[in-house]
Write a protein that binds this ligand. Sequence first.
Ligand SMILES: Cc1cc2nc3c(=O)[nH]c(=O)nc-3n(C[C@H](O)[C@H](O)[C@H](O)COP(=O)(O)OP(=O)(O)OC[C@H]3O[C@@H](n4cnc5c(N)ncnc54)[C@H](O)[C@@H]3O)c2cc1C
Length: 431
Amino acid sequence: PRPLQRSHLQGHLPWPGPCHRRLSVDNAVVAADDGCDGGHAAVCTGAQAAVGRRLRPPRPRVPSPPLPPAPAPSPPRQAPPPHALSGRAARAKPARARQLNTHNPGADASLCGMAATGASGTNAVRYGAMRPNVLNLRVVLPDGRLLHTAGPGRHPRKRAAGYDLTSLFVGSEGTLGFLTQATLRLHPLPEASAVTIASFPSVGAAVACTVQVLQAAVPVARIEFLDEVMADACSRFSEMELPVAATLLLELHGSQRSLAEQQQQTEEIVHQNGGSSVAWAEGQEERERLWSMRHNAWYAALALRPGCQGYSTDVCVPISRLPDVVVETKQDLQASNITGPMVGHVGDGNFHCILVFNSQDPEEAQRIHAFTERLGRRALAAGGTCTGEHGVGLGKRALLQEELGPEGLDTLRSIKAALDPHNLMNPGKVL
Ligand SMILES: Cc1cc2nc3c(=O)[nH]c(=O)nc-3n(C[C@H](O)[C@H](O)[C@H](O)COP(=O)(O)OP(=O)(O)OC[C@H]3O[C@@H](n4cnc5c(N)ncnc54)[C@H](O)[C@@H]3O)c2cc1C
């Protein structure tokens, strides 16, 4: 059968009922590596979707270099074919188009992999990360029992019945059980969307603009930051003519009428921060062209140093501390002589550095390692977390300890020992 990817589902789920209903996708056993902070311990592969198709083919294992390996660049994602879903979902009459909460992590992430890492993406600022969007999980526990984290067949919009097992397994990084089915919340597609690109005189101005857009309660759907290195790389990679400047991509969703008001508010804030924006793109093709530039950021970064390795690290801080942390990180990158374009879901206080380095050079690998530790500690000092979406994996275990303190870590260890006393599941990861 044709491989079914998460992206194929997006926007192609006809759903006759009320807005927030469920979608179940089976995922019969665990995924392998990804190539960022969280994804380095392969387990095994082989996934099926409920509609009876492979979710994705097994990925080959990659030997570990000094830093966690990154995936080989794969071609940019294809637009999903309109007939991507078969079976009952595809035959149902569309009352109104709905979408999966449109996270867009690594190009070939699986749904249960996204739940396992607590993933998110550009839309999380409006629609939330994976955790609030997962209503139930079917999990194979280490002793072989089958657990439904919210009870079999249940998908209430909210619940207060006992400990929140769904949240426990979201972000557990394969250390507590195999996620084999996820029941997800769907969101209605907005009547209208508009995207703009704004350029700013400095990184600080772009991030300050983000903070003000949020403080003004503009219901922004995506607000993505690119520093000038990333903007230049993306511009060249995608053959667009963007200024070499700190850049924000902003997307607004709403009714036609509310959109006009949001656009005006956003433009005012952009201008107050010394930014200049291009005309709003409202047509689907135009919007997709802008976003595909952003989604190719990883490949654009790798193209800065052909033949080198990429390593993506992320942190997340309270929005109020974001401008300071981003500016300090930028200075650190420059002082450390590291090629590390910055890109971020800044609406959530989350940003990434894509570190491109020569893994054959131990001195450079060591510099990268020291930088990521400093970055993690900078986020912790600002009241944030060492990872907003990539997870702890192997590389951030020491930072997790600093983040939670001994009591927090002991509690995690107790949970792990209770569920997996023989340490079968991703041993050594997270803890
Ligand atoms: C270029 C690039 C961009 C990225 N951008 C983002 C981003 O914007 N947002 C984001 O959140 N992440 C991002 N990531 C990280 C990554 O794509 C996500 O963490 C994604 O959720 C991983 O899903 P996967 O299916 O590929 O899982 P894998 O990478 O294969 O596995 C990740 C971890 O989850 C475990 N796991 C996987 N499947 C299961 C399962 N069914 N049950 C139990 N454990 C499982 C694995 O054992 C492993 O520990 C990015 C990565 C790359 C390389």
